[in-house]
Design a protein around this ligand. Structure first.
Ligand code: ADP
Ligand code: MG
Length: 465
Protein backbone atom coordinates (compact mmCIF):
# COMPACT_ATOMS: atom_id res chain seq x y z
CA UNK A 1 0.00 0.00 0.00
CA UNK A 2 1.42 3.37 -1.00
CA UNK A 3 1.34 6.31 1.31
CA UNK A 4 2.14 9.98 0.95
CA UNK A 5 4.93 11.36 3.09
CA UNK A 6 5.17 14.98 4.11
CA UNK A 7 7.39 17.95 3.42
CA UNK A 8 10.37 17.80 5.82
CA UNK A 9 10.24 21.43 7.03
CA UNK A 10 6.55 21.65 7.66
CA UNK A 11 6.59 18.21 9.14
CA UNK A 12 9.27 19.15 11.61
CA UNK A 13 7.21 22.20 12.55
CA UNK A 14 4.07 20.16 13.04
CA UNK A 15 5.96 17.58 15.03
CA UNK A 16 6.94 20.20 17.52
CA UNK A 17 3.32 21.28 17.72
CA UNK A 18 1.79 17.84 17.86
CA UNK A 19 4.58 15.86 19.58
CA UNK A 20 4.58 13.22 16.88
CA UNK A 21 7.41 11.15 15.53
CA UNK A 22 7.31 10.73 11.76
CA UNK A 23 9.00 9.72 8.55
CA UNK A 24 9.66 12.53 6.12
CA UNK A 25 9.77 13.12 2.41
CA UNK A 26 9.22 16.07 0.12
CA UNK A 27 5.78 15.50 -1.42
CA UNK A 28 3.20 17.42 0.55
CA UNK A 29 2.58 21.11 0.97
CA UNK A 30 2.86 22.55 4.48
CA UNK A 31 -0.85 23.15 4.75
CA UNK A 32 -1.58 19.49 3.92
CA UNK A 33 0.03 18.51 7.13
CA UNK A 34 -2.23 20.72 9.19
CA UNK A 35 -5.30 19.76 7.12
CA UNK A 36 -4.59 16.08 7.68
CA UNK A 37 -4.56 16.64 11.41
CA UNK A 38 -7.94 18.41 11.10
CA UNK A 39 -9.35 15.58 8.94
CA UNK A 40 -8.35 12.98 11.52
CA UNK A 41 -9.98 14.99 14.29
CA UNK A 42 -13.16 15.39 12.23
CA UNK A 43 -13.29 11.61 11.73
CA UNK A 44 -12.88 10.85 15.43
CA UNK A 45 -15.52 13.38 16.35
CA UNK A 46 -17.92 11.87 13.81
CA UNK A 47 -17.22 8.33 15.07
CA UNK A 48 -17.84 9.12 18.73
CA UNK A 49 -21.00 11.01 17.90
CA UNK A 50 -22.08 8.17 15.60
CA UNK A 51 -21.58 5.47 18.27
CA UNK A 52 -23.50 7.54 20.83
CA UNK A 53 -26.33 8.10 18.40
CA UNK A 54 -26.60 4.42 17.33
CA UNK A 55 -26.57 3.09 20.86
CA UNK A 56 -28.59 5.75 22.65
CA UNK A 57 -30.68 7.72 20.18
CA UNK A 58 -31.32 5.84 16.94
CA UNK A 59 -34.79 4.38 16.42
CA UNK A 60 -33.18 1.92 13.94
CA UNK A 61 -34.16 -1.72 14.11
CA UNK A 62 -30.67 -2.88 13.21
CA UNK A 63 -28.24 -1.31 15.71
CA UNK A 64 -25.91 -4.32 15.43
CA UNK A 65 -25.46 -3.79 11.74
CA UNK A 66 -24.98 -0.09 12.26
CA UNK A 67 -22.36 -0.79 14.95
CA UNK A 68 -20.61 -3.16 12.56
CA UNK A 69 -20.51 -0.56 9.79
CA UNK A 70 -19.35 2.00 12.33
CA UNK A 71 -16.58 -0.36 13.44
CA UNK A 72 -15.42 -0.59 9.83
CA UNK A 73 -15.22 3.23 9.94
CA UNK A 74 -13.33 2.96 13.22
CA UNK A 75 -10.77 0.64 11.59
CA UNK A 76 -10.27 3.09 8.75
CA UNK A 77 -9.89 6.00 11.19
CA UNK A 78 -7.40 4.03 13.27
CA UNK A 79 -5.27 3.46 10.16
CA UNK A 80 -5.57 7.09 9.20
CA UNK A 81 -4.53 8.18 12.70
CA UNK A 82 -1.62 5.76 12.75
CA UNK A 83 -0.38 7.01 9.39
CA UNK A 84 -0.96 10.56 10.45
CA UNK A 85 1.27 10.03 13.48
CA UNK A 86 3.96 8.79 11.16
CA UNK A 87 3.55 11.86 8.98
CA UNK A 88 1.71 10.09 6.20
CA UNK A 89 -1.77 9.96 4.69
CA UNK A 90 -3.49 6.59 4.66
CA UNK A 91 -4.29 5.81 1.00
CA UNK A 92 -2.99 9.32 0.27
CA UNK A 93 -2.35 8.51 -3.39
CA UNK A 94 -5.92 7.29 -3.86
CA UNK A 95 -8.17 10.13 -2.68
CA UNK A 96 -11.01 8.99 -4.95
CA UNK A 97 -10.92 5.51 -3.41
CA UNK A 98 -11.39 7.12 0.00
CA UNK A 99 -14.25 9.29 -1.33
CA UNK A 100 -15.89 6.26 -2.88
CA UNK A 101 -15.56 4.24 0.33
CA UNK A 102 -16.96 7.09 2.39
CA UNK A 103 -19.93 7.57 0.02
CA UNK A 104 -20.83 3.87 0.34
CA UNK A 105 -20.17 3.88 4.09
CA UNK A 106 -22.44 6.89 4.72
CA UNK A 107 -25.08 5.57 2.32
CA UNK A 108 -25.20 2.27 4.24
CA UNK A 109 -25.39 4.02 7.61
CA UNK A 110 -28.33 6.12 6.39
CA UNK A 111 -30.00 3.09 4.80
CA UNK A 112 -29.89 1.02 7.98
CA UNK A 113 -30.84 3.97 10.11
CA UNK A 114 -33.79 6.18 9.25
CA UNK A 115 -33.12 6.46 5.52
CA UNK A 116 -33.17 9.92 3.92
CA UNK A 117 -33.68 11.71 7.23
CA UNK A 118 -30.94 9.90 9.13
CA UNK A 119 -28.52 12.24 10.95
CA UNK A 120 -25.74 10.21 9.31
CA UNK A 121 -26.44 12.19 6.11
CA UNK A 122 -24.45 15.03 7.69
CA UNK A 123 -21.40 12.78 7.40
CA UNK A 124 -21.47 13.63 3.68
CA UNK A 125 -20.71 17.22 4.63
CA UNK A 126 -17.82 16.18 6.87
CA UNK A 127 -16.47 13.95 4.14
CA UNK A 128 -16.64 16.83 1.64
CA UNK A 129 -14.93 19.27 3.99
CA UNK A 130 -12.11 16.77 4.68
CA UNK A 131 -11.72 16.19 0.95
CA UNK A 132 -11.69 19.92 0.10
CA UNK A 133 -9.00 20.74 2.60
CA UNK A 134 -6.84 17.79 1.55
CA UNK A 135 -7.37 17.41 -2.19
CA UNK A 136 -7.65 19.41 -5.39
CA UNK A 137 -10.85 21.12 -6.64
CA UNK A 138 -11.57 18.39 -9.18
CA UNK A 139 -11.30 15.64 -6.53
CA UNK A 140 -13.62 17.64 -4.28
CA UNK A 141 -16.27 18.01 -7.01
CA UNK A 142 -15.98 14.33 -7.96
CA UNK A 143 -16.42 13.46 -4.27
CA UNK A 144 -19.48 15.72 -4.25
CA UNK A 145 -20.84 13.82 -7.26
CA UNK A 146 -20.16 10.48 -5.52
CA UNK A 147 -21.92 11.69 -2.38
CA UNK A 148 -24.88 12.93 -4.45
CA UNK A 149 -25.00 9.54 -6.19
CA UNK A 150 -24.88 7.75 -2.83
CA UNK A 151 -27.71 9.85 -1.43
CA UNK A 152 -29.77 9.58 -4.64
CA UNK A 153 -29.35 5.78 -4.61
CA UNK A 154 -30.69 5.82 -1.09
CA UNK A 155 -33.69 7.69 -2.45
CA UNK A 156 -34.24 4.93 -4.99
CA UNK A 157 -33.81 2.07 -2.51
CA UNK A 158 -36.14 3.22 0.23
CA UNK A 159 -39.87 2.62 0.33
CA UNK A 160 -42.26 5.07 -1.29
CA UNK A 161 -43.42 6.33 2.11
CA UNK A 162 -39.90 7.47 2.99
CA UNK A 163 -39.19 8.96 -0.42
CA UNK A 164 -39.39 12.72 -0.07
CA UNK A 165 -38.13 14.53 -3.20
CA UNK A 166 -37.89 17.80 -1.33
CA UNK A 167 -35.42 16.26 1.17
CA UNK A 168 -33.40 14.89 -1.75
CA UNK A 169 -33.22 18.19 -3.61
CA UNK A 170 -32.39 20.10 -0.44
CA UNK A 171 -29.62 17.66 0.49
CA UNK A 172 -28.11 17.65 -3.00
CA UNK A 173 -28.16 21.46 -3.05
CA UNK A 174 -26.47 21.61 0.36
CA UNK A 175 -23.83 19.11 -0.81
CA UNK A 176 -22.95 21.19 -3.88
CA UNK A 177 -23.03 24.36 -1.84
CA UNK A 178 -20.70 22.97 0.87
CA UNK A 179 -18.37 21.58 -1.81
CA UNK A 180 -18.09 24.99 -3.42
CA UNK A 181 -17.60 26.83 -0.09
CA UNK A 182 -15.04 24.37 1.32
CA UNK A 183 -13.19 24.29 -1.99
CA UNK A 184 -13.07 28.11 -2.23
CA UNK A 185 -11.72 28.39 1.32
CA UNK A 186 -9.17 25.70 0.70
CA UNK A 187 -8.06 27.47 -2.51
CA UNK A 188 -7.48 30.70 -0.62
CA UNK A 189 -5.43 28.84 1.97
CA UNK A 190 -3.30 27.25 -0.75
CA UNK A 191 -2.75 30.59 -2.42
CA UNK A 192 -1.67 32.13 0.87
CA UNK A 193 0.71 29.26 1.51
CA UNK A 194 2.19 29.65 -1.99
CA UNK A 195 2.65 33.37 -1.52
CA UNK A 196 4.22 32.81 1.88
CA UNK A 197 6.59 30.33 0.31
CA UNK A 198 7.57 32.78 -2.42
CA UNK A 199 8.10 35.52 0.15
CA UNK A 200 10.14 33.18 2.26
CA UNK A 201 12.40 32.17 -0.61
CA UNK A 202 12.81 35.84 -1.62
CA UNK A 203 13.72 36.59 1.98
CA UNK A 204 16.28 33.80 2.01
CA UNK A 205 17.75 35.03 -1.27
CA UNK A 206 18.07 38.54 0.14
CA UNK A 207 19.60 37.19 3.28
CA UNK A 208 22.30 35.29 1.42
CA UNK A 209 22.92 38.37 -0.76
CA UNK A 210 23.30 40.43 2.38
CA UNK A 211 25.70 37.89 3.86
CA UNK A 212 27.82 37.96 0.71
CA UNK A 213 27.89 41.74 0.87
CA UNK A 214 28.89 41.72 4.52
CA UNK A 215 31.75 39.31 3.76
CA UNK A 216 32.84 41.51 0.86
CA UNK A 217 32.68 44.71 2.96
CA UNK A 218 34.54 43.04 5.85
CA UNK A 219 37.31 42.02 3.45
CA UNK A 220 37.51 45.53 2.07
CA UNK A 221 37.62 46.94 5.58
CA UNK A 222 40.44 44.57 6.56
CA UNK A 223 42.38 45.57 3.48
CA UNK A 224 41.91 49.27 4.20
CA UNK A 225 42.98 48.70 7.79
CA UNK A 226 46.09 46.90 6.63
CA UNK A 227 46.85 49.77 4.32
CA UNK A 228 46.33 52.40 6.99
CA UNK A 229 48.50 50.48 9.45
CA UNK A 230 51.24 50.18 6.89
CA UNK A 231 51.04 53.84 6.00
CA UNK A 232 51.24 54.78 9.68
CA UNK A 233 54.29 52.60 10.08
CA UNK A 234 55.95 54.08 7.03
CA UNK A 235 55.14 57.61 8.14
CA UNK A 236 56.74 56.80 11.52
CA UNK A 237 59.71 55.30 9.77
CA UNK A 238 60.05 58.41 7.61
CA UNK A 239 60.03 60.67 10.65
CA UNK A 240 62.57 58.45 12.39
CA UNK A 241 64.86 58.40 9.36
CA UNK A 242 64.60 62.17 8.99
CA UNK A 243 65.36 62.58 12.72
CA UNK A 244 68.39 60.28 12.57
CA UNK A 245 69.65 61.98 9.41
CA UNK A 246 69.36 65.32 11.15
CA UNK A 247 71.10 64.11 14.33
CA UNK A 248 73.93 62.50 12.36
CA UNK A 249 74.09 65.46 9.98
CA UNK A 250 74.93 68.02 12.68
CA UNK A 251 78.13 66.39 13.98
CA UNK A 252 79.07 65.62 10.37
CA UNK A 253 78.84 69.31 9.52
CA UNK A 254 81.09 70.08 12.54
CA UNK A 255 83.59 67.43 11.44
CA UNK A 256 83.55 68.83 7.94
CA UNK A 257 84.20 72.40 9.24
CA UNK A 258 87.03 71.10 11.40
CA UNK A 259 88.48 69.35 8.38
CA UNK A 260 88.38 72.54 6.38
CA UNK A 261 90.16 74.38 9.23
CA UNK A 262 92.80 71.64 9.38
CA UNK A 263 93.29 71.67 5.60
CA UNK A 264 94.11 75.38 5.75
CA UNK A 265 97.05 74.67 8.01
CA UNK A 266 100.53 73.93 6.87
CA UNK A 267 100.40 70.15 6.60
CA UNK A 268 102.75 67.54 5.26
CA UNK A 269 101.73 65.77 2.09
CA UNK A 270 100.76 62.48 3.77
CA UNK A 271 98.39 64.13 6.28
CA UNK A 272 96.91 66.35 3.55
CA UNK A 273 96.15 63.36 1.31
CA UNK A 274 94.59 61.43 4.22
CA UNK A 275 92.49 64.47 5.19
CA UNK A 276 91.37 64.66 1.55
CA UNK A 277 90.26 61.02 1.74
CA UNK A 278 88.37 61.70 4.98
CA UNK A 279 86.65 64.72 3.34
CA UNK A 280 85.64 62.54 0.37
CA UNK A 281 84.10 59.88 2.65
CA UNK A 282 82.35 62.59 4.64
CA UNK A 283 80.84 63.95 1.47
CA UNK A 284 79.58 60.49 0.62
CA UNK A 285 77.94 60.09 4.01
CA UNK A 286 76.34 63.51 3.71
CA UNK A 287 75.09 62.66 0.22
CA UNK A 288 73.55 59.43 1.50
CA UNK A 289 71.90 61.29 4.36
CA UNK A 290 70.48 63.85 1.96
CA UNK A 291 68.98 61.05 -0.14
CA UNK A 292 67.59 59.36 2.93
CA UNK A 293 65.91 62.60 4.02
CA UNK A 294 64.67 63.15 0.52
CA UNK A 295 63.25 59.65 0.35
CA UNK A 296 61.55 59.83 3.72
CA UNK A 297 59.82 63.12 3.09
CA UNK A 298 56.01 62.86 2.85
CA UNK A 299 54.67 61.91 -0.58
CA UNK A 300 53.66 64.81 -2.73
CA UNK A 301 50.06 64.03 -3.71
CA UNK A 302 50.07 66.41 -6.68
CA UNK A 303 49.66 65.09 -10.18
CA UNK A 304 52.51 65.98 -12.45
CA UNK A 305 53.79 65.02 -15.86
CA UNK A 306 57.07 63.16 -16.10
CA UNK A 307 59.18 60.90 -18.29
CA UNK A 308 58.98 57.14 -17.65
CA UNK A 309 62.80 57.15 -17.62
CA UNK A 310 62.85 59.60 -14.68
CA UNK A 311 60.81 57.39 -12.37
CA UNK A 312 62.75 54.22 -13.26
CA UNK A 313 66.06 55.97 -12.61
CA UNK A 314 64.90 57.47 -9.36
CA UNK A 315 63.69 54.10 -8.10
CA UNK A 316 67.05 52.52 -8.99
CA UNK A 317 68.87 55.44 -7.40
CA UNK A 318 67.18 54.77 -4.06
CA UNK A 319 67.46 51.00 -4.42
CA UNK A 320 71.23 51.23 -4.65
CA UNK A 321 71.36 51.43 -0.85
CA UNK A 322 69.56 48.12 -0.46
CA UNK A 323 71.57 45.22 0.93
CA UNK A 324 72.81 42.76 -1.61
CA UNK A 325 72.31 45.01 -4.62
CA UNK A 326 76.00 45.14 -5.32
CA UNK A 327 76.22 41.43 -5.95
CA UNK A 328 73.35 41.58 -8.53
CA UNK A 329 73.50 42.93 -12.05
CA UNK A 330 70.87 45.52 -12.75
CA UNK A 331 70.21 46.39 -16.37
CA UNK A 332 67.82 48.97 -17.61
CA UNK A 333 66.57 49.46 -21.14
CA UNK A 334 64.18 52.37 -21.56
CA UNK A 335 63.00 52.89 -25.13
CA UNK A 336 63.57 56.30 -26.65
CA UNK A 337 60.76 58.77 -27.21
CA UNK A 338 58.26 57.32 -24.75
CA UNK A 339 55.27 59.56 -24.10
CA UNK A 340 55.12 61.47 -20.85
CA UNK A 341 52.98 60.06 -18.07
CA UNK A 342 50.62 61.87 -15.73
CA UNK A 343 50.22 60.81 -12.12
CA UNK A 344 51.55 60.99 -8.60
CA UNK A 345 55.23 60.69 -9.37
CA UNK A 346 56.33 59.55 -5.90
CA UNK A 347 53.85 56.72 -5.91
CA UNK A 348 55.03 55.38 -9.24
CA UNK A 349 58.65 55.60 -8.07
CA UNK A 350 57.71 53.62 -4.97
CA UNK A 351 55.96 50.95 -6.99
CA UNK A 352 59.03 50.37 -9.17
CA UNK A 353 61.22 50.55 -6.06
CA UNK A 354 59.10 47.86 -4.32
CA UNK A 355 59.33 45.59 -7.36
CA UNK A 356 63.09 46.06 -7.65
CA UNK A 357 63.57 45.23 -3.95
CA UNK A 358 61.44 42.11 -4.36
CA UNK A 359 63.55 41.10 -7.38
CA UNK A 360 66.74 41.58 -5.35
CA UNK A 361 65.26 39.45 -2.53
CA UNK A 362 64.27 36.76 -5.01
CA UNK A 363 67.73 36.46 -6.59
CA UNK A 364 70.93 35.21 -5.07
CA UNK A 365 74.44 36.51 -5.63
CA UNK A 366 75.17 37.00 -9.36
CA UNK A 367 71.44 37.35 -10.13
CA UNK A 368 70.20 39.47 -13.01
CA UNK A 369 67.48 42.08 -12.78
CA UNK A 370 66.36 43.80 -15.93
CA UNK A 371 64.09 46.83 -16.21
CA UNK A 372 62.50 47.70 -19.52
CA UNK A 373 60.06 50.37 -20.58
CA UNK A 374 58.22 50.47 -23.91
CA UNK A 375 55.07 51.74 -25.44
CA UNK A 376 52.26 49.35 -26.34
CA UNK A 377 49.45 51.19 -28.12
CA UNK A 378 48.12 53.70 -25.60
CA UNK A 379 49.94 52.44 -22.52
CA UNK A 380 53.53 52.51 -21.32
CA UNK A 381 54.69 49.19 -19.97
CA UNK A 382 57.47 49.05 -17.41
CA UNK A 383 58.67 45.52 -16.69
CA UNK A 384 60.98 44.23 -13.96
CA UNK A 385 62.35 40.78 -14.73
CA UNK A 386 64.55 38.67 -12.49
CA UNK A 387 66.10 35.23 -12.75
CA UNK A 388 65.43 34.43 -9.11
CA UNK A 389 63.54 31.74 -7.22
CA UNK A 390 60.20 32.30 -8.94
CA UNK A 391 56.92 31.32 -7.32
CA UNK A 392 54.82 28.19 -6.93
CA UNK A 393 51.20 28.19 -8.12
CA UNK A 394 50.03 28.48 -4.52
CA UNK A 395 52.24 31.53 -3.90
CA UNK A 396 51.04 33.10 -7.13
CA UNK A 397 47.40 32.71 -6.14
CA UNK A 398 48.02 34.62 -2.88
CA UNK A 399 50.42 37.22 -4.23
CA UNK A 400 48.25 40.31 -4.00
CA UNK A 401 46.64 39.41 -0.68
CA UNK A 402 47.61 41.72 2.17
CA UNK A 403 50.16 40.22 4.62
CA UNK A 404 51.21 37.44 2.27
CA UNK A 405 54.96 37.15 2.64
CA UNK A 406 57.56 34.39 2.51
CA UNK A 407 60.27 36.58 4.03
CA UNK A 408 61.38 36.67 7.66
CA UNK A 409 61.34 40.44 7.74
CA UNK A 410 58.61 40.89 5.13
CA UNK A 411 55.40 42.80 5.63
CA UNK A 412 53.49 41.26 2.75
CA UNK A 413 52.02 44.65 1.92
CA UNK A 414 54.29 45.83 -0.88
CA UNK A 415 52.52 44.18 -3.79
CA UNK A 416 49.07 44.64 -2.31
CA UNK A 417 49.58 48.40 -1.99
CA UNK A 418 51.48 48.71 -5.27
CA UNK A 419 48.63 47.02 -7.13
CA UNK A 420 46.14 49.39 -5.52
CA UNK A 421 48.17 52.44 -6.39
CA UNK A 422 48.68 51.38 -9.97
CA UNK A 423 44.99 50.67 -10.41
CA UNK A 424 44.25 54.11 -8.99
CA UNK A 425 46.32 55.45 -11.88
CA UNK A 426 44.08 53.62 -14.32
CA UNK A 427 46.82 51.07 -14.93
CA UNK A 428 47.47 47.47 -14.06
CA UNK A 429 50.06 45.28 -12.37
CA UNK A 430 50.51 41.77 -13.74
CA UNK A 431 53.15 39.09 -13.46
CA UNK A 432 54.43 35.80 -14.82
CA UNK A 433 56.54 33.48 -12.76
CA UNK A 434 58.17 30.08 -13.13
CA UNK A 435 59.45 28.29 -10.08
CA UNK A 436 63.28 28.28 -9.91
CA UNK A 437 63.53 30.26 -13.13
CA UNK A 438 62.38 33.76 -12.41
CA UNK A 439 59.61 36.29 -12.41
CA UNK A 440 58.53 39.25 -14.45
CA UNK A 441 56.27 41.99 -13.13
CA UNK A 442 54.62 44.34 -15.64
CA UNK A 443 53.26 47.75 -14.83
CA UNK A 444 51.06 49.36 -17.44
CA UNK A 445 50.19 53.03 -17.20
CA UNK A 446 47.82 54.68 -19.66
CA UNK A 447 49.32 57.55 -21.58
CA UNK A 448 46.04 59.45 -21.67
CA UNK A 449 45.26 62.19 -19.13
CA UNK A 450 44.49 60.57 -15.82
CA UNK A 451 41.24 61.36 -14.01
CA UNK A 452 41.91 62.65 -10.47
CA UNK A 453 38.71 61.20 -8.97
CA UNK A 454 39.82 57.66 -9.85
CA UNK A 455 42.43 57.74 -7.06
CA UNK A 456 41.06 56.80 -3.66
CA UNK A 457 42.33 59.17 -0.96
CA UNK A 458 43.82 56.38 1.14
CA UNK A 459 46.50 55.61 -1.42
CA UNK A 460 47.74 59.15 -1.54
CA UNK A 461 50.35 58.63 1.14
CA UNK A 462 53.70 56.93 1.14
CA UNK A 463 54.14 53.19 1.21
CA UNK A 464 57.23 51.07 0.85
CA UNK A 465 57.66 47.41 1.54
P1 ADP B 1 57.24 41.40 1.18
O1 ADP B 1 58.27 41.86 0.21
O2 ADP B 1 57.19 42.20 2.42
O3 ADP B 1 57.29 39.93 1.44
P2 ADP B 1 55.47 41.84 -1.01
O4 ADP B 1 54.01 42.11 -1.08
O5 ADP B 1 56.36 42.80 -1.67
O6 ADP B 1 55.81 41.68 0.52
O7 ADP B 1 55.74 40.42 -1.63
C1 ADP B 1 54.96 39.32 -1.20
C2 ADP B 1 55.60 38.00 -1.51
O8 ADP B 1 55.58 37.79 -2.92
C3 ADP B 1 57.05 37.90 -1.15
O9 ADP B 1 57.23 37.54 0.21
C4 ADP B 1 57.54 36.84 -2.09
O10 ADP B 1 57.26 35.54 -1.59
C5 ADP B 1 56.69 37.02 -3.32
N1 ADP B 1 57.41 37.75 -4.36
C6 ADP B 1 57.28 39.06 -4.66
N2 ADP B 1 58.06 39.39 -5.69
C7 ADP B 1 58.74 38.28 -6.05
C8 ADP B 1 59.72 37.96 -7.07
N3 ADP B 1 60.18 38.87 -7.91
N4 ADP B 1 60.15 36.67 -7.15
C9 ADP B 1 59.68 35.74 -6.30
N5 ADP B 1 58.77 35.96 -5.32
C10 ADP B 1 58.30 37.22 -5.21
MG1 MG C 1 58.26 43.56 -0.99
Amino acid sequence: MRTVVRDPDSLARLLIMENMSVEVSANLEPWELASEAIAVKIRWFGLILGYLYINFGSPSSSPLLLNAIMTFGLGFTLFDTWYSWRGQVFLGYYPLAISCMEAIFIGLLCYFDTHLNSPFRFYYLLSLICCAIRSSSSITYITCALDCLSYSSLFLFVSDADRNPFTLILMLTVLVWVSWAANALSKITRQLVRQLRELNSALQENQSLLETRIIERTRELNESQAQVMHQDKMAGFGLLAAGIAHEVGNPLTSISSLLQILEKRNLDEYTRSKLGLIAGQLNRIQGTLRELMNFSRPVNPDRTRFEPKEIVEEALHIAKYYKGIKSRTIESDIAEGLPQLTGIRDQLVQIIFNLVLNAIDATSKGGLIRLEARRIENVVEISIRDNGVGMSAEQQSRLFQPYFTTKKQGTGLGLFISAKMIRAHGGDLSFESTLNQGTIFRITIPTREWEPQSVPPQVLSSSRS
